[in-house]
Design a protein around this ligand. Structure first.
Ligand code: ZN
Length: 360
């Protein structure tokens, strides 16, 4: 870590632009990547539709319900990582309207895409791992994720209970955080760049109503209420756990840095900031890599994503090859977890470290 930080700090600003140029794919590669992403999105939509239809309208066999629910969890997670995430970075399509429509999948999952764009694109991407600005590492009072955050006695056990709380990510988007942030016209101390227009608020509420309609109201017509509610909570919890864990593996680990908010992180420093604070997740087999990339969308290639968030995630394997070559030639270390299991262990260790009472 110290060596990497020292190497990063020695770099001249011009190096950052050279690196970005070296890793940027051609427009032809981006077009191929977008077409691949659109085919993938179609496949995900079919999976969501088929598993939901089987679960709600299909045979009442336990085995069928369990399989459909598991497929639905995977398909909804992939919708968030591969369609919603790309579209809200305007990388799903070259067309702004298509990005907005695809980005609205997040609203169908229960969270406002309008608020998420500000929280994720501006606060998180612009200030990765900077306490007080990056909303992704602000889990107070439940967890302490950065050394500059206040320690509380219950944080001693955060490496145990946070795995349970992660599962409620989607439910709290649906019921709490969007409404609190809308009322406050901002996130924490950071006001929205503009006041939400009437149509933004209407889209937020329409998304919540649509989510409750497909996920609860329609199933209530065909099944007993407690079965629907149990099924909904189980699926929502599993999707929340997968999403929260995937995001945490990229930044909240013991091989990532947590820069102080006074450190420069804009302009040319921005690239080095991202290299310090972001970590990729890899696998050892080709099949494992393809499966992981399919489920995580751009989240397995988080470094590439943070350096070039405007690219469709389907070109990140190509960007990763170019980045690896560039970094090898220029003696720059890029942080990665060799396997998903090692990534999870790294996050668990970080939770335990941050949960230990600070000495001073
Ligand atoms: Zn992103």
């Amino acid at each position: 870590m110290d060596t990497q930080t020292a190497i990063i700090e020695r770099r001249a600003p011009a190096d950052a632009m050279t690196m970005i140029k070296a890793i940027t794919p051609t427009s032809g590669d981006v077009s191929i990547g977008r077409r691949r992403l659109h085919r993938k999105s179609l496949g995900i939509a079919v999976l969501v539709g088929a598993s939901y239809t089987t679960l709600v309208f299909g045979p009442q066999l336990i085995a069928s319900r369990i399989v459909s629910a598991l497929v639905l969890v995977v398909a909804l997670t992939a919708t968030a990582t591969s369609v919603f995430h790309d579209a809200n970075h305007a990388s799903f399509s070259a067309n702004r309207t298509v990005n907005r429509v695809a980005g609205y999948t997040g609203d169908l999952l229960g969270g406002s895409s309008w608020i998420w764009r500000f929280k994720h694109n501006h606060l998180h991407h612009g200030n990765t791992n900077v306490s007080g600005i990056d909303a992704d590492i602000d889990q107070a009072p439940f967890a302490r994720l950065s050394p500059s955050q206040q320690w509380r006695p219950w944080h001693r056990y955060q490496h145990i209970y946070m795995w349970v709380l992660y599962g409620f990510l989607t439910l709290q988007w649906l019921l709490i955080s969007d409404f609190v942030e809308l009322r406050n016209a901002g996130i924490g101390e950071h006001p929205f760049p503009r006041r939400p227009r009437r149509r933004d608020v209407a889209a937020l509420f329409a998304g919540k109503i649509l989510h409750v309609s497909w996920a609860l109201a329609i199933p209530f017509i065909f099944h007993r209420w407690w079965i629907v509610l149990s099924c909904y909570l189980a699926i929502s919890w599993a999707v929340g756990l997968l999403l929260a864990t995937m995001f945490q593996l990229a930044h909240c680990t013991d091989i990532a840095d947590f820069p102080h908010d006074s450190e420069p992180r804009r302009g040319s420093d921005f690239v080095w900031h991202q290299l310090r604070t972001t970590v990729d997740v890899r696998t050892r087999t080709v099949t494992g890599r393809k499966a992981l990339h399919w489920l995580m969308g751009g989240l397995d290639h988080q470094i590439e994503h943070h350096l070039a968030p405007g690219l469709p995630h389907t070109v990140y394997p190509l960007v990763a090859e170019q980045l690896s070559r560039y970094c090898a030639e220029h003696d720059i270390e890029i942080h990665h977890h060799p396997t998903p299991a090692r990534a999870i262990c790294s996050h668990a260790r970080w939770l335990k470290t941050m949960g230990t009472k600070p000495q001073t």
